[in-house]
Design a protein around this ligand. Structure first.
Ligand code: ZN
Length: 137
């Protein structure tokens, strides 16, 4: 699959407002984007750490998978997923499928920041929810 770098780490939080100041301190950078991703029922906030980003995810409703993740985590947030940057998500998905990796998304879909994204199933990825993503062309 040969990803070029870790594109971002997704971290679930109960409140963007409450956690943005800490991540601004931690990364030494201002939050540069806040975006709602309606089909994932989350609001996201982004920070840069070199080429890699931190993506905070706040659920926008109780049915959000992020809300369920927080609930399972005793009401606290935590690291939710790791995202690898690849040249072509559709190709990478084919490679993963051929390698017997269980896919959550059979085809790429649009994520935050206009990235094309797809998730691999944690059952096949050492229990780490794994996203692969492709920069907008
Ligand atoms: Zn992500």
């Amino acid at each position: 699959m040969k990803p070029s770098h870790i594109e971002h780490l997704g971290i679930a939080v109960t409140s963007l407002d409450a956690t943005i100041p800490f991540f601004e301190f931690l990364t030494g950078s201002k939050c540069y984007s806040i975006e709602e991703v309606a089909d994932q029922k989350v609001k996201t906030a982004f920070f840069k750490v070199g080429q890699t980003k931190i993506e905070l995810l706040e659920p926008t409703c109780p049915e959000s998978t992020i809300a369920k993740f927080i609930e399972k985590n005793g009401g606290r947030g935590g690291v939710h997923h790791v995202a690898f940057n690849v040249e072509n998500v559709a190709e990478a998905l084919k490679e993963c499928e051929a390698a017997g990796i269980q896919l959550i998304d059979k085809a790429p879909r649009k994520g935050a920041e206009n990235l094309m994204i797809a998730f691999l199933h944690p059952k096949s990825t050492c229990s780490v929810l794994t996203e692969i993503c492709e920069q907008p062309k």
